[in-house]
Design a protein around this ligand. Structure first.
Ligand code: BTN
Length: 272
């Protein structure tokens, strides 16, 4: 089922925010290397907090850990939010979690589809990846500029997916027969992010952490922690005040993960 074409004016007509998306510096590109890279340029040029960069296609979309984010034209939402958070520095990582929560709330509100959050920042449905978040800090400004980039799969063609990905990737158009209004979805994402951002800036990061816990598909599960020093298995117990994941291994060791990669154990004992 097809989607609506992105249009800044239409997004604006849906906006209920006071900051995010209200910047005159918002951009929508038919094609760009990466919306995050462009938002970094805008941040260095002093664009205001709340600026959004969107693209219909990315030619060098970036994922976490140096990976590429495949970004064919109109197959997904490719968006970067430039924020200048006024919270404590140590609370900045909570913003990554906030964008995940904002995305799940916005997707539910606009499409009726419930998705889950896999630590640290994957959007998942039925165990498959539906989207991802790439957070980047820019320079030493005070307050610092934070770029929160998100890719959400909207309409993929199963036959275009490499075989090794097809069992691991999901998209919204596959989960509903109704058209997906991407303009509305972006405006709703901006609203949810603004509300969560206001919580963090006013010292109430607990609301964000609790909302993340509610949407989590990681907590309480057997996980494999993937690291260059070797993989470890354990139970994902909780996230701490800074959004780090606490994992307890079989021999009672408690690991605190600030970044990195985990896999979740499936019923058949495999990890994905
Ligand atoms: C991940 O690896 O899961 C994170 C993927 C983040 C992709 C988005 S698409 C919009 C923004 N621009 C980029 O180059 N990357 C992010």
């Amino acid at each position: 089922m097809s989607t609506s074409e992105l249009d800044l004016q239409i997004i604006e007509s849906y906006l209920k925010t006071s900051l995010i998306g209200r910047s005159a510096a918002n951009e929508l590109w038919p094609e760009i290397d990466s919306t995050n890279s462009q938002a970094i340029k805008l941040a260095k040029a002093k664009a205001p907090s709340g600026t959004i960069v969107l693209a219909r296609k990315q030619t060098a979309g970036r994922g976490r850990q140096g990976r590429t984010w495949q970004s064919p034209v109109d197959a997904g939402i490719y968006a970067s939010f430039l924020l200048r958070p006024t919270c404590q520095k140590e609370d900045l990582p909570v913003y990554t979690l906030a964008l995940g929560v904002a995305a799940s709330q916005a997707i539910l509100s606009v499409t009726g589809i419930e998705i889950g959050l896999k630590w640290v920042n994957d959007l998942v449905a039925g165990g498959k990846k539906l989207g991802g978040i790439l957070a980047e800090m820019v320079g030493n400004d005070s307050p610092p500029a934070l770029i929160l980039g998100i890719g959400i799969n909207i309409e993929l063609d199963a036959k275009d997916l490499p075989e090794e990905l097809s069992n691991h990737v999901e998209w919204l158009g596959h989960l509903t027969n109704s058209p997906i209004n991407c303009n509305h979805l972006i405006a709703e994402l901006a609203l949810q992010l603004e509300e969560l951002s206001n919580c963090i800036n006013s010292g109430d990061k607990q609301s964000v952490l609790n909302a993340w816990r509610k949407h989590s598909v990681t907590l309480g599960r057997e996980v494999q922690v993937i690291s260059s020093a070797g993989n470890k298995e354990g139970t994902a117990l909780d996230i701490n005040e800074n959004g780090a994941l606490i994992v307890e291994t079989g021999d009672g060791e408690r690991l605190t993960l600030y970044a990195g990669e985990i896999s979740i154990r499936n019923l058949d004992g495999s990890y994905s």
